[in-house]
Design a protein around this ligand. Sequence first.
Ligand code: ADP
Length: 422
Amino acid sequence: MAATRKLFVGCVADDFTGATDVANIFARGGLRATVLIGVPNDDREIDADAIVVALKTRTMATQAAVEESLAALRWLRGRGAAKFFFKYCSTFDSTPEGNIGPVADAMLAEIGETFTIACPAFPANARTVYKGNLFVGDLPLNESGMRNHPLTPMMDANLLRVLGPQSKAEISCCYYDTVKLGASGIGEWLTTADKGAPQIAVVDAITDADLIEIAIGFKDLKLFTGASGLAYGLTHYLVRDQGRPEAPLALGREGYRAVISGSCSFATNGQVAAMLADHEGFRIDVASLAEGRDVVGEAIEWSSGRLGRKPLLIYATAQPDEVKANQRRIGVSISGDLVEKALSEIARKLVENGVNELIVAGGETSGAIVKSLGVDQLAVGNEIAPGVPWVGATSNGRPLTLALKSGNFGGPRFFIDAWDRL
Ligand code: ADP
């Protein structure tokens, strides 16, 4: 019933793509990482060094977000996690009342600790923190596109001011003057800063090297809060100092291969075009779908006899003009749902017919397909492109290797070259 290896990190992520992103960082650093979709209601066996529970708490009402996060934390605690990580976005996405402050407060109390850090810096994605202010590229957070975010507009770059009203803890800052001294300087700062009363320290960080020093300087903390950059630093520390050898998960089995694409992003359109140059493809005609034709049956019939190690492509991907025309004719949400439902059924049938290596393109599309395949756990393997790992899963008892690609990720040959990374 318990995990068979020591669980180094138990992570609670406040959204789904953030969960796979952070799991990918753990895995890239050499930890075996697994993502759980929601808090499991069983005590399953998981062979992982890092378990990430994917929640959707970012914009939830505060009390509900706290309760779900604590349920995830308790589950991870029950697995004997040595450290806990509350993962949020590197742009500190949160409503004014938070989930970040209240969840961090509640997690600290739950594990009987008083001190944690808030470190959203992710230099690889140009998110840095200086003097407690978050920058996106050259711009303060509130001057970046985050100002206009539909759900969590960020109007202040100063994280002490953002976090203050959200949290009951004292909000302090570990300034770059300290961070640049490295782990020993940070450790010394902590001994004077920690007064045994609840406190969240915003930590400045500009480079990946800073994040490693931060992880080592704060290594005795039980709870870390931040984005994937801090996970990078923490993984480096855990793998180096705790002696977990790099052990990428072996994925890929001798089955059939397919790509299902429901993303209409610029990048995906390019990837579909590149694949069609020398692979067979079946285009889902949305107008026919809307007329009630059995497009799913046609796609499956087309695929039978063609399935093999050379991947097939089934796609609804279209250029913006065509998508707009479909949306005008059928409605935005109806056309989206129709396509997602059709692609989910196709995925399920392809898996029944022997496909066990499947790439899915599109965030919403991936969500729909993962659900229809009955997948609730993802074991993270090799990274294909930044932010997109191969993941191992099980669908109704069948082992599957999946890649879930969010629309704009990946280079033009993603669908063709991804298999080399298995
Ligand atoms: P991305 O990650 O690129 O945003 P998503 O899968 O999240 O991709 O979103 C794409 C949406 O567009 C899905 O709801 C999908 O069903 C819908 N869609 C895909 N193809 C078409 C099409 N040809 N016409 C209209 N909607 C489409």
